[in-house]
Design a protein around this ligand. Sequence first.
Ligand code: DAH
Length: 349
Amino acid sequence: MDLKAFAERLEALARELEAQLARAESLREVEALRVRALGKKGELKQALASIGALAPDARKEAGRIANAVKARLEGALADARARVEVLERKRRMEAERIDPTLPGRRPPLGARHLLSRSLEEMVAIFRAMGFALEEGPEIETERHNFDDLNIPPEHPARAMHDTFFLRDLAGYVLRTHTSPVQIRAMRAWRERGMQPPLAVVAAGRVFRCDEDATHSPMFHQIEGFVVDRHISLAHLKWTLRRFLEAWFARTAPIRLRPSYFPFTEPSVEVDIGCLICEGRGCRVCKESGWLEVLGAGMIHPRVLENAGIPPERFSGFAFGLGVERLVMLKYGVPDLRWFFQGDVRAGGM
Ligand code: DAH
């Protein structure tokens, strides 16, 4: 090989690379071409390796030519890089293009749960009648939940409550009803040195190990009670009728059945005519035409005593109602489990 052939070889290499660089569209392509031309095993290195085969006096000139070609290629690479960078930025902007004139996507609006709104409405009805709202804990002592309510340890009523016990917290249960708030409220009332009458409602979650179309392991109750001198069953009856008529915004058949609760004497169960089947019998009322919505009665003297209220001077009535049942009846919800399944069609309105 002579100097002329060497020079021609490098010129051809330079031309070809310049042409390819001119067509390159990405930095990756440019980089691949750089490696091919100027890399350790690149074509320029290979050409230089052949310098040794030239006549000694031609080698210097060959080196000069090679350096010139190298500088030329480096320039071409820099140009290509600058051009492709602009191209790439443009492509990126194009891909990330935002049209601010497009209408926004509205996040679906939530609705308050039917139960939350109903609970509030029920409490409001009682408040309008002069009841004060009190609260109690969901993790309750066995004493408040049972003993103080005249349900001693071996009492069969304890078994009926399907209680959730707390493995790591002896003496505590998930409250099975809101009745323990009676004890708490009466004690607090006494400690504050307040004068009768005491009229309190407590609303909240209660827990029982039970589940079907009309039972849920967690449900809501509203407890209410009044303590004063000369409170009688008549006051209870009037209060419950007022409440039920306000809630259903209509008159509905109601019946009081003699019943038993350890914390009331006498005790009654209040049934309301099934509003879903109008008394004909359906799944919800278990074909009876009636739905039990309330337990109630005159507060047992022993319960008053346990709360520090002298039963010789005071008497009281109490009631506990199932919130879900009353909501099911009013809105025709056929299955209690719907309240807790998170399906917005059942809850939002
Ligand atoms: N605590 C009862 C229960 O959950 C309901 C109840 C019945 C409450 C009679 C009362 C009452 O205050 O007087 O089954």
